[in-house]
Design a protein around this ligand. Structure first.
Ligand SMILES: [Zn+2]
Length: 77
């Protein structure tokens, strides 16, 4: 399994727990030895969590400064 497959093909299904067990095992094997995919997975999860945090307005989410900067630069464009 390559990084591209992990990120583009399997990540969504993995998070939705919809991967067939054999593929899921391969996915986890790759993740276990690939820091860049772990980083991508983590930032993806953080983005999803942030989206949920915004929806729940009473919950104070901790937003990374660089993400705030990115959002601000987007809204200015
Ligand atoms: Zn990888």
């Amino acid at each position: 399994m390559t990084c591209k497959e992990v990120v583009l093909q399997f990540l969504m299904d993995y998070l939705a727990r919809e991967l067939p067990p054999a593929i899921e095992a391969e996915f986890e094997l790759h993740i276990a030895q690939c820091p860049s995919c772990v980083g991508y997975l983590q930032s993806y999860k953080d983005t999803v969590a942030l989206g949920r945090g915004v929806a729940a307005a009473d919950e104070e989410a901790e937003v990374p400064a660089e993400l705030v900067a990115a959002v601000l630069s987007l809204s200015r464009a």
